[in-house]
Design a protein around this ligand. Structure first.
Ligand code: HEM
Ligand SMILES: [Cu+2]
Length: 639
């Protein structure tokens, strides 16, 4: 059934391909080609990453060098730098909060959701399952343009009189509900809500499309048990998004009511400037529940695609089948289900019943099991592999390292008794930056290095890639590792300055904070190398060959710079799973160390396993007579 659909689509898209002539606007702007949309997501995501990164450097300066003169930043920050009587410039404390809020929002949603999942789900789903495009190219285009509109509104909020939203990326009421609470609680917060609403629409449009495409448009032979782990990850991520983003939407809607219509869903017993407000009966905790019902799954929306990308890159560059393919799928599913029932671990200090807390602790700690399964499987895939250290591979191994380092502190924070002490300190900041921020960022970068040749038909520079990797890898540890100690010492997050507290005036911590800030600036600098490499290579990179990494996956059977529709002539059929690397005796069948997915078992008699030999009869009956791509295809893989 699924393959019938793929077939019908095949013929249709093929005709379209020949009749239809693209103008600049339909090709580069309002494109319905998933590959172009992926690039749009990617480039927008990269630009956002620079904005988000720059913000973190600006506020890290304040944390690392509390007495610094900010007057030189006046041209950039304008009225947010106040010039004192003695001529030095001081950063506005509320603008500090706005920068932290925008940094978090941008990184989580715009870079690591849209820029990572949006890019690679779009790019890889049709190419790796053997489809001409997404189920709905039009919806896919809308998904990008909603994201773009959302981006523009979020960006515009920087230029508002009161500045952008400042209540944290979690926008807890009352800071987000009462326009008089902070400068950023006024129109900045309104812009945030509008932008995020458009963002949610974009994610839902994208997600529905990814799910439909994976279910319906897999090519003949591409069963679920042959799907690359990337596709499994994107598929489950889309399901998580579809189930959780609407909850954020409803949370935001009630917030809009509280802000504009005088309702009190989230508000009660509030005094501002000694004045009692007349809101009664609402609960700010309700908002936290609704927010984290999205918020926790969101960290997996960010992380799972990165883990899928890593599986693919590690198997390809270790020249080994991924270890525990089914266990990997099982742990993706396990993580997905668990991600919906642990949200209150963000709320241990809200006064919840300790018994309820202990249940959330228990469920949270269970996540360690599927996470550990994944970590072990990466390591066992690497074990005795014939490893090629490409920049993509280094970033993938780096991801595994960060995922473990950051995961360990998750076990500590998941304990409600310990979290009560560590909540809202830099310990938490250290934890989530390693396990979510940096790990996912590494997955995104790894994906870019790996699929750049497929995206742009050119290679990125490897030497710059190595410099970028080592600076970034050392950088993130130097930035985020010391933050654990600062956190244990009690430093709270979202504080503009610590000098008011005697305990925090200790030399050790002052130095550590300066050290972190310097490391952060250097790490950010390394990203400029990447930015240069990326944009330069699009135009000037060495020309790529069709399958530069000798990968088995289907995308590399499409021509370099493939047009809309991906394959000329027939779409390829799939005969085997994605991980036939270094299969014993494959040389006797004429292959080097990998057998692409579209090579029939009947062409590889020497390397087939017993149950694979049994498939040959079936192949001859059902697949081979219809497969017109065979003459050209696997020749590529042969010696
Ligand atoms: C150069 C790299 C980065 C540095 C130096 C950095 C630094 C920081 C610091 C110091 C804070 C805490 C500020 C405070 O509480 O006062 C923070 C907050 C945050 N960062 Fe990053 N960050 C970086 C990259 C990322 C990435 C890649 C993500 C993606 C998940 C991310 C997500 C967040 C979030 C969600 C917050 C919390 C914002 C809030 O409290 O509302 N950061 N960052
Ligand atoms: Cu969580």
């Amino acid at each position: 059934m699924a393959s019938d659909v793929a077939h019908a689509h095949d013929v249709h898209a093929h005709e379209e391909h020949h009749e239809h002539h693209d103008t600049f606007i339909t090709k580069y702007i309002f494109s319905t080609d998933h590959k172009m949309i992926a690039k749009q997501f990617l480039i927008t995501g990269i630009l956002w990453a620079f904005v988000g990164g720059l913000l973190s450097i600006l506020f890290r300066l304040k944390l690392g060098f509390p007495d610094m003169d900010y007057s030189w930043l006046k041209p950039l920050l304008g009225k947010w730098v106040a010039i004192q009587d003695n001529g030095t410039g001081q950063l506005d404390p509320e603008f500090y909060l706005a920068m932290v809020t925008m940094h978090g929002t941008i990184m989580v949603f715009f870079v690591l959701t849209a820029g990572l999942s949006g890019t690679f789900s779009n790019f890889l789903i049709p190419l790796q399952i053997g489809a001409r495009d997404m189920a709905s190219g039009f919806m896919n285009m809308l998904s990008y343009w909603f994201f773009f509109a959302s981006s523009m509104i979020m960006l515009a909020s920087f230029f508002l009189d009161g500045g952008p939203a400042a209540g944290g990326w979690v926008v807890y009421p009352p800071l987000s509900a009462l326009p008089q609470a902070l400068k950023g609680s006024g129109s900045g917060m309104t812009y945030w809500l509008v932008a995020m609403t458009l963002f949610i629409v974009s994610s839902l449009l994208g997600g529905i499309n990814y799910i439909t495409t994976v279910i319906n448009l897999r090519t003949k032979g591409m069963t679920f048990s042959r799907l690359p782990l990337t596709i499994w990850a994107f598929f489950i991520t889309a399901v998580i998004g579809l189930l959780s983003f609407p909850v954020l939407f409803s949370a935001a809607l009630l917030l809009v009511f509280d802000r504009s219509l005088g309702t009190s869903f989230y508000l009660s017993d509030i005094f501002i400037g000694g004045q009692a407000l007349d809101h009664t009966g609402g609960s700010a905790i309700l908002f936290q529940h609704l927010f984290w019902f999205l918020g926790h799954p969101e960290v997996y929306i960010v992380l799972l695609p990165a883990l899928g990308i890593t599986s693919e890159i590690i198997a390809t560059n270790a020249r080994k089948p991924i270890f525990g393919y089914k266990a990997m799928i099982g742990s993706i599913l396990g993580i997905a289900i668990l991600s919906f029932i642990v949200w209150a671990h963000h709320m241990f200090v809200t006064g919840m019943d300790p018994f309820l807390g202990s249940i959330f602790m228990f469920l949270t700690l269970i996540i360690a099991v599927p996470s550990a399964v994944k970590a072990f499987n990466y390591i066992t895939t690497l074990w005795r592999g014939n490893i090629r250290y490409t920049p993509a591979m280094l970033f993938s191994i780096g991801l595994v390292s960060l995922f473990i380092s950051g995961g360990v502190t998750g076990i500590i924070l998941g304990n409600n008794a310990l979290d009560i002490y560590l909540h809202d300190t830099y310990y938490v900041v250290a934890h989530f930056h390693l396990v979510m921020g940096s790990a996912s960022f590494f997955g995104m970068v790894a994906g870019i290095y790996h699929w750049f040749p497929k995206m742009f038909g050119r290679m990125m520079d490897e030497k710059l890639g190595y410099i970028h990797f080592w600076m970034t890898f050392m950088g993130v540890y130097l930035v985020f590792f010391p933050m654990h100690f600062i956190g244990i010492a009690g430093f709270p997050r979202r504080y503009y300055e610590f000098s008011a507290y005697a305990a925090f005036r200790d030399e050790v911590y002052l130095n550590l904070n300066s050290f972190i800030s310097i490391a952060a600036a250097v790490t950010f600098g390394a990203q400029l190398i990447f930015g240069f490499n990326f944009f330069y290579s699009i135009f000037r990179g060495r020309k790529a060959t069709q399958n530069p990494w000798n990968s088995t996956a289907l995308e590399w059977t499409a021509p370099i710079n493939a047009g809309h529709g991906n394959w000329e002539g027939q779409i390829p059929f799939v005969y085997r799973w994605t991980y036939d690397y270094s299969k014993p005796n494959c040389e006797k069948d004429g292959f080097t160390d990998f057998i692409p997915q579209n090579v029939p078992y009947s062409m590889t008699p020497h390397s087939n396993l017993p149950h694979e030999n049994e498939m040959i009869a079936l192949e001859k009956e059902e697949m081979l007579p219809h497969d017109k791509t065979l003459d050209t295809l696997s020749v590529l893989a042969k010696k």
